[in-house]
Structures are given as C-alpha cells and as structure tokens.
Design a protein around this ligand. Structure first.
Ligand code: HEC
Ligand code: HEC
Length: 206
C-alpha cells in the first residue's frame, strides 16, 4: 500500500514531468525504428528524397504530431499520407516525431535568382501591406524556425516545391486543417509569384 507521502511524491512528479499541453515526450531511438517505412520518402534522417516530399528534420514535435493526427482523422487529406499513418498508436506518433525533430537539415540546391529571393524575403519579413498579407515572420519567427509550443511549423530549409504546393492547397481549401483558418486566410491573399518567391526564399534559410 502506498503511504500518503509517497502518493504526494507521485503527484509532484506527474506535475513536473508533464509535457507542455498538446504534446507528450517521445523516444527518438524508438522512433528511428518505427519510422523505417516513412524514411523511404522523408529520408533516413528526415531530409526527403524528392521535391514533393517534405523534409521532417528539425520540425517541431508538436507540429509533426498534429499533422499525423490530422492525417489519421482525415482533417488533412492526402492519398499517400492518410494510409501511411492509419495504424500508428499514440506512442508511435510521439516516438516518430521525436526522431525526425532531433535530425538536422542538410544543404540543398536552391533558387539563385537574387530578385526572386529578395521578393520572398520581403514578404516573409514584412508581408504585403497593399494586399493585407501579414509578415510570415510574425508567427514563423524571423528565421523561419517556427514556434514549438504554438505548433507553428519550422519553414526554413523546406523543399520549395512542397511549400508551393501546400500554400496552394491552403488557397484552394484542399488543405483545411489550420485552426481558425489562419493559413487559408493568408494564402488567399498571396499571388502565384509571391508564393513562388517566399517558398524559394525559405529553402535558402538554414
Ligand atoms: C510514399 C512516400 C511517403 C511515405 C512512405 C510517407 N510519407 Fe509522409 N508525406 C508524403 C507526402 C507526399 C506528403 C505531403 C502531403 C501533402 O501534400 O499534403 C507527406 C507529408 C507528411 C507530413 C506533413 C509534413 C508537413 O510539413 O506538414 C508528415 C508529418 C509525414 N508526412 C509523416 C510521415 C510518417 C510518420 C510516415 C511513416 C509512417 C510517412 N510520412 C510516410 C509522402 C510520404
Ligand atoms: C498568425 C500566424 C501565422 C502567420 C502570420 C503565418 N502563418 Fe503560416 N502557419 C501558421 C500555422 C498555425 C500553421 C500550421 C497549420 C496547421 O496546423 O496545419 C502554418 C503553416 C504554414 C505552412 C505549412 C508548413 C508545412 O510544413 O506544411 C506554410 C508553408 C506556411 N505556414 C507559410 C506561411 C507564409 C509564407 C506566411 C506569410 C505569407 C505565413 N505562413 C504566415 C501560422 C501563421
């Protein structure tokens, strides 16, 4: 039987080891094993093998967990991904997220047209006051590193082809898993050339 004082100890431990709301601690080593199939596209270390497959390295666990759950629930739809994550249990999701989050992004080939990069940087840092586009940096951070507790994704170093696709999906409502339509409202105000420029700029960031 547990004494009153040891019960108190258990309670204190539970409070101090509880992870921030919305995500729990995963085991990266277990996640490496459990993500073998995912690595076929997203890369052994989370640097994906193709332009249509997002890098998962260095992404916030909170954001990865949210996306995997959204694919499971069907609130984010993608032919490949809905099936891929169907059988994952809660602990698997946390372990896989911990693994990819602990990996580093590798350098990639990027857009070299300085005008395009300059335009992308301008939108990212300052938005477009004529069309009401807010500065992306306001939520995604000055260097695109995102915000873990808020589950704002890390955008820097992402494959530009994927970033363009997902912004267009927000525009067309094909992707509609953003709380309060945050990204759908912003993407609706972006032109195609602004999308291309901001995606190219983000790929150049470390
Ligand atoms: C056959 C290739 C393939 C495999 C295997 C695969 N994925 Fe994906 N994954 C994709 C594609 C394509 C997307 C982009 C989906 C979209 O456009 O919405 C994606 C998106 C994601 C995202 C969202 C990333 C973001 O930045 O929003 C996560 C998280 C993810 N996959 C995790 C996994 C996990 C976990 C597994 C293994 C259980 C896995 N994937 C297996 C192709 C794959
Ligand atoms: C008010 C906060 C906010 C602002 C400003 C903002 N975003 Fe986001 N963004 C979010 C949130 C929250 C998500 C995650 C949505 C979800 O849960 O799927 C997101 C997701 C994204 C994604 C998807 C990342 C991935 O891996 O799939 C991209 C790309 C993106 N934002 C680009 C931008 C760009 C470009 C701008 C500026 C034009 C911008 N965001 C401005 C909050 C914001």
């Amino acid at each position: 039987m547990l004494s009153k004082s040891s019960l108190f100890g258990v309670f204190i431990c539970a409070v101090f080891t509880a992870p921030p709301a919305g995500w729990a601690k995963g085991d990266a080593a277990a996640g490496k094993e459990k993500s073998q199939v995912c690595q076929g596209c997203h890369g052994e270390n989370g640097n994906s093998y193709g332009p249509d497959w997002p890098n998962l390295a260095a992404q916030h666990p909170s954001y990865l967990i949210k996306q995997i759950r959204n694919f499971q629930e069907g609130t984010r739809t993608n032919e490949i991904m809905n099936g891929m994550v169907a059988g994952l249990a809660q602990q698997d999701i946390e372990d896989i997220a911990a693994y990819f989050a602990s990996q580093s992004l590798e350098p990639q080939a990027v857009e070299t047209d300085v005008e395009i990069i300059k335009t992308g940087r301008k939108i990212f840092k300052g938005g477009n006051r004529y069309t009401g586009v807010p500065a992306c940096a306001g939520c995604h951070g000055p260097n695109g590193a995102g915000n873990g507790p808020a589950a704002f994704p890390h955008l820097s170093g992402q494959k530009s082809t994927y970033t363009v696709k997902t912004l267009k999906d927000f525009q067309s409502n094909a992707r509609a898993n953003d709380i309060n339509e945050i990204m759908r409202n912003i993407a609706a105000k972006l032109t195609d050339s602004e999308i291309n420029a901001v995606a190219a700029y983000l790929a150049t960031l470390k």
